[in-house]
Design a protein. Sequence first.
Length: 94
Amino acid sequence: MAPASELTDARRALAALQGDVTGTVVIGAFQSVLQALLVPLVDELKERLPGLDVALQEMDAADGQRALREGAVDILLLEADSPTGRSSPRGTHD
């Protein structure tokens, strides 16, 4: 899960684009992230960026990674339980 500082940075970046953001973004995540982080964030985004449609999809890691590769989701939030010292897989950010 992304640290609070990364979510704050994302909110600030979106706020800077306020008038220019339109379209649909599909976010995939597991249930606890959807409920705890994304639902409140979507409400805030709807208020700040009325031209943006956000679709949330509940999915596990394997289905989510497949959906991301296939372009079915734009953003995927996963829980990383990587052993210490191992780097994140290519194309991901931990």
